[in-house]
Design a protein around this ligand. Structure first.
Ligand SMILES: Nc1ncnc2c1ncn2[C@@H]1O[C@H](COP(=O)(O)OP(=O)(O)O)[C@@H](O)[C@H]1O
Ligand SMILES: N[C@@H](CC(=O)OP(=O)(O)O)C(=O)O
Length: 449
C-alpha cells in the first residue's frame, strides 16, 4: 500500500482537488490519503487554517465570530460547487462549524485546536464526497474512530505509541480512505493538533502504522532543491536525501516537509517521496536510509530565523561541577526547551526559540540564574538565525568548514556562533537574522556553483 499526503496548496480549490483525486485513483495502491486544509490559491490568499485561527481568536475575545465562521464556510462552499457537489456537503460543514463555535471557552488552547482541526476535517469530507460522486469506494475516516491518540499538548501534540497498533487495522480496508491530517484526539477525548504544518506528521504516522511501501508527500514543487527556491531561485534539484539530511534541513528551514515528519517512517525504513500535484509524472525527491555518497559532499543549505541566545559568563565556570545542569534545570522549570548549547571555559550560550520566550519567562530565567548561580554576565539576545550546511559526505571531507567561513567572511556576514561535531552530517552557523538569506546565498554559491 502507498500512503499519500496532499498539502494545502493541493487542496486550495476545486481544480486542485480534481488533480488530487486523479492522482489517488490512478494507482490502486494509493488506498490511504491524508489531506490538509485548503491552502492559498494565490500569494495574497489566506489559508483556511489561518481563517480558523482568526475565527477562534475573535470568539475567545468577544463570544461571537459569525463573519469569520461564514468566511470559512464560503471557502468550502466555493470548492463544493466547483466540484459539482450538491449543497448537502456545505450544510454538513456549516453544522460542524456551528457546533464547534457553540458553548463557552473553558480552555483557550483546547478551543483553538478544536477550531484549527475543522480545516482538515472538512477538507477530508469534501474529498471523500467528490470521490463517491464519481463512483469510487471512498470514505472519510475520523482520527478518533481510527484510534489516532495524541498527547494533550495543545497545538504541539505528539503521537502516543498505542496509535500505531490501532492504525494497523487500516490495512484491511479495501476502498480508499480519506484521512484528515494535522489532528488527533487526547485520551480524554479532546481534539489536539500537531504544530503548524503537521499534516505531514499524520501521513508519516499512518505510513509507519500500515507498513506502507512508500509515503508519498504531494506538494507544489517538482522536487526538493538544495536551497529554498524562494531564496536561491535556480537551486539544484536533489533526487535523493537520507532521512538524516532531510531531518536537519527541514529543522533548519526546508519548509517543504515538517521537521517532525520523518521519525515514524525512519523507524520502519519506509521511503518518502516528495512529488508535485501539478506534475505527478516528475520523479520527485526520494528520502531513504542511505544514499551513495559521491562527489556531492554537501546535500543542501538551509536557514531559519526566530532564535535567541542566552549568553552566560562566569570566571572559572569550567571548575563548577553541575553548572550546566543547573542552567538547563532553570530553563526546564520555565517549560523552555533548548536547541543548542555551545560553550567555552568561562561561558555558555544556550540557543532557544524566540517564540517560546515570553517577557515574563525571560525575566524569571535571568533573575534565577543571577541569584542561584552568581554569574558575572548574563543577557538574552534575539534575532539569531541558524544556517546549516548538510551532507552525508561532509564527515569524510577536509576543509569544508574553512570554505564556509571564508565564503561568509568575504560576503561580510558576521558569524556569531559555530557548531560542528554534534551531528556528523552538518555544520551550523549562527548569524544575525537580517543576514540569513545572504548567508544561504553565499554558501550555496560556494558549494554548488
Ligand atoms: N529546499 C526546498 N525545496 C523545495 N521547496 C522548498 C524548499 N524550501 C522551502 N520550500 C518551499 O516549500 C513549499 C512547499 O511546502 P508547503 O508550502 O508546506 O506545501 P504544502 O501546501 O504542499 O504543504 C514550496 O512551495 C517552497 O516554496
Ligand atoms: N493546515 C495546517 C496543517 C498543514 O500541514 O498544512 P499544509 O499541508 O498546508 O502545510 C497548517 O496550515 O498548519
Amino acid at each position: 500500500m502507498k500512503v499519500c499526503k496532499f498539502g494545502g496548496t493541493s487542496l486550495a480549490s476545486a481544480e486542485q482537488i480534481i488533480k488530487v483525486c486523479d492522482i489517488i485513483t490512478s494507482d490502486p495502491e494509493r488506498r490511504l490519503a491524508v489531506v490538509s486544509a485548503p491552502g492559498k490559491r494565490s500569494k495574497e490568499d489566506i489559508k483556511v487554517t489561518d481563517l480558523l485561527i482568526s475565527c477562534a481568536e475573535k470568539y475567545i475575545k468577544t463570544g461571537e465570530a459569525v463573519n469569520e465562521m461564514n468566511a470559512v464556510i464560503a471557502r468550502f462552499d466555493d470548492i463544493a460547487k466547483g466540484l459539482g457537489l450538491d449543497g448537502s456537503i456545505t450544510e454538513v460543514i456549516a453544522e460542524d462549524m456551528k457546533k464547534r463555535l457553540s458553548g463557552p471557552v473553558t480552555h483557550e488552547g483546547m478551543f483553538m485546536d478544536l477550531l484549527k482541526a475543522a480545516g482538515e476535517d472538512n477538507s477530508a469530507k469534501v474529498v471523500a464526497a467528490y470521490l463517491q460522486s464519481k463512483g469510487y469506494d471512498a470514505k472519510y475516516l475520523n482520527p478518533k474512530d481510527a484510534g489516532l491518540f495524541l498527547s494533550d499538548e495543545f497545538g504541539n501534540a505528539r503521537v502516543l505509541p498505542e496509535s500505531f497498533d490501532n492504525l494497523k487495522a487500516l490495512n484491511d480496508y479495501e476502498g480508499i480512505i480519506i484521512f484528515p491530517g494535522f489532528f488527533g484526539y487526547s485520551k480524554a477525548g479532546d481534539v489536539v493538533t500537531f504544530p503548524r504544518g503537521g499534516s505531514d506528521i499524520t501521513g508519516s504516522i499512518l505510513a509507519a502504522a500500515v507498513c506502507a511501501d512508500v509515503y508519498e508527500n504531494f506538494t507544489d514543487v517538482d522536487s526538493v532543491f538544495a536551497a529554498n527556491p524562494n531564496i536561491v531561485p535556480d537551486a539544484k534539484a536533489i533526487s535523493v536525501f537520507t532521512y538524516r539530511e532531510m531531518r536537519e534541513l527541514s529543522y533548519a528551514g526546508f519548509s517543504v516537509l515538517h521537521e517532525e515528519t520523518l521519525e515514524p517512517v525512519y523507524r520502519k525504513g519506509i521511503p518518502v517521496c516528495i512529488k508535485n500535484t501539478n506534475n505527478p509524472s516528475a520523479p520527485g525527491t526520494m528520502i531513504v536510509k542511505e544514499r551513495g555518497v559521491n562527489s556531492d559532499h554537501v546535500a543542501g543549505i538551509a536557514g531559519d530565523v526566530g532564535f535567541s541566545t542566552l549568553y552566560i559568563s562566569k570566571y572559572m565556570m569550567n571548575r563548577e561541577v553541575g553548572f550546566g545542569r543547573k542552567v538547563l534545570q532553570i530553563l526546564e522549570e520555565q517549560g523552555l526547551s533548548y536547541e543548542h548549547v555551545p560553550s567555552g571555559i568561562d561561558n555558555m550560550s544556550v540557543v532557544l526559540r524566540t517564540k517560546e520566550l515570553t517577557e515574563e519567562k525571560e525575566k524569571q530565567v535571568i533573575e534565577q540564574i543571577k541569584n542561584e548561580l552568581s554569574v558575572d554576565d548574563i543577557e538574552i539576545v534575539p534575532y539569531l538565525a541558524l544556517v546549516m550546511v548538510v551532507g552525508e559526505g561532509m564527515r569524510h571531507t577536509v576543509g569544508l568548514a574553512a570554505r564556509a567561513t571564508n565564503a561568509l567572511s568575504k560576503a561580510g556576514v558576521n558569524i556569531e556562533m559555530i557548531n560542528q561535531g554534534s551531528s556528523e552530517v552538518s555544520m551550523m552557523f549562527g548569524v544575525r537574522a537580517n543576514e540569513c538569506d545572504m548567508a544561504i546565498k553565499v554558501l550555496y554559491k560556494e558549494f554548488f556553483n
